[in-house]
Design a protein around this ligand. Structure first.
Ligand SMILES: Nc1ncnc2c1ncn2[C@@H]1O[C@H](COP(=O)(O)OP(=O)(O)O)[C@@H](O)[C@H]1O
Ligand SMILES: [Mg+2]
Length: 399
């Protein structure tokens, strides 16, 4: 007889670790640094605090490749009651809103602590304070993988004497530091170019200490939370929104939940879909829902607003200038554009001379970022690289 069973999200990710970048001890080590750093940067930027982040990589046992990482930031922290879920429940996140940040799945940081637990069976620690709060929270946690729930081993509050805010996370894991070290350094270096308003300090047990100084005090504005664009929505999402607002009439539902739909557009959409304006959303039949969805996909709405985006802007040029001191630098930010209801902005910079390292065989240094995150792997197969190589640079007196 075939046996069917259901698994929890934690269990699913435990069994499919490679999806989240934990396929081997070297990659895991790199991914953990990355996820913690990205959470920290998000937390600082959301609060408008100039990021000050420290990362310590210690060795617990060289023989067993057992490492301990500690990351300290000065961000908005996590409220006392939310700490266990934020770190102990997969797919729990404060970032399921339409606004650009680095996390989105409620997964990264938790995969790191989940991996820590399955390789060492030791708990992880979180210390945190939110701004203007009288106390600091301290937790020791594990994850119940089968039930996708946090297990609280220790919890306490102490008085916050100096008004500190931020978060400290500490965990032990099995990782191959020697094989991942170079990638980690490169990642930090490129991050410091894209986020020149951050101060990042990294120290490992071999005696390496890297300090990426803050190069500017100006931070890009905090992106705004925006509504979904009607074209960016799929049927499942539409059903979810209906469940949340069951009693709204259709025209109000559309105007309330989507950008670029006012009263007039709502009426036009409903006319095209041949649905009554005043009908409560919960009364929609499957066919009506499909018709509505199809009209939402094809109606000529205005482009999505770019307010939810957080382009690097001037910071990008500052990062490059301060890092490489180039002879020539040109920076460009394109007009916002969109794909299927999702806005994006392309930013590019080109520079030569100064302290830019000359790559092997006169190749080109191509740094790619998506969402302010350096893309470290595989730049040579990138379409930008192909374009750069197809340009006849001699015309510009460059070779
Ligand atoms: N350093 C941090 N400071 C403040 N909040 C954090 C920090 N790290 C994680 N969090 C909170 O925990 C949640 C879960 O983090 P994570 O598992 O990495 O998922 P994601 O980043 O995709 O939301 C975040 O949404 C955020 O609310
Ligand atoms: Mg994250």
């Amino acid at each position: 007889m075939t046996k069917f069973e259901e698994i929890s999200p934690s269990d699913f990710f435990y069994r499919n670790k490679e999806i989240a970048g934990f396929e081997n001890p070297a990659k895991a080590c790199y991914t953990i640094v990355r996820e913690f750093l990205e959470n920290s940067l998000d937390a600082c930027e959301l609060g408008g605090f100039l990021p000050e982040i420290e990362i310590y990589m210690k060795s617990v046992s060289e023989e067993e490749k057992r490492l301990r990482i500690k990351v300290i930031d000065n961000g908005i922290g996590v409220p006392h009651d939310k700490i266990p879920l934020a770190f102990g429940k997969i797919l729990y996140s404060s970032k399921y809103v339409l606004r650009q940040h680095r996390g989105i799945f409620g997964l990264g940081g938790k995969m790191a602590v989940l991996y820590s637990q399955i390789t060492t069976n030791s708990p992880f620690r979180v210390i945190s304070a939110t701004p203007n709060n009288g106390y600091i929270s301290f937790y020791e946690l594990k994850i119940d993988i089968l039930r996708n729930e946090p297990i609280i081993l220790k919890r306490s509050k102490i008085i916050n004497q100096n008004g500190w805010h931020g978060l400290i996370i500490e965990c032990e894991f099995v990782g191959d530091y020697l094989l991942s070290k170079k990638k980690i350094f490169e990642y930090l270096f490129q991050t410091s170019i894209a986020v020149p308003y951050a101060k990042i300090y990294y120290q490992d047990y071999e005696g390496n200490a890297l300090l990426f100084k803050r190069k500017t005090d100006k931070m890009p504005p905090i992106p705004e939370e925006t509504l979904l664009h009607p074209r960016g929505v799929d049927l499942e999402m539409l059903k979810r929104l209906i469940k949340i607002n069951p009693s709204l009439s259709l025209n109000r539902f559309l105007a309330k939940n989507f950008q670029r739909i006012g009263q007039k557009a709502a009426e036009e959409v409903l006319k095209l879909a041949n649905i009554e304006f005043e009908k409560p959303v919960s009364k929609l039949s499957e066919e009506e829902l499909t018709r509505l969805y199809n009209v939402m996909k094809s109606y000529p709405f205005k482009r999505p607003s770019a307010d939810s985006l957080s382009p690097l802007g001037e910071s990008f040029a500052i990062g490059i200038k301060e890092t490489f001191n180039p002879e020539f630098l040109s920076y460009d930010m394109r007009e916002p554009s969109s794909f299927e209801g999702h806005p994006f902005i392309v930013e590019t910079a080109i520079a030569y001379g100064g302290d830019i390292p000359i790559p092997e065989q006169n190749e080109i240094n191509l740094f790619r970022f998506a969402n302010k995150i350096p893309l470290i792997y595989d730049s040579y197969n990138d379409v930008s690289m192909k374009v750069i190589k197809s340009i006849n640079w001699n015309v510009y007196k460059l070779n």
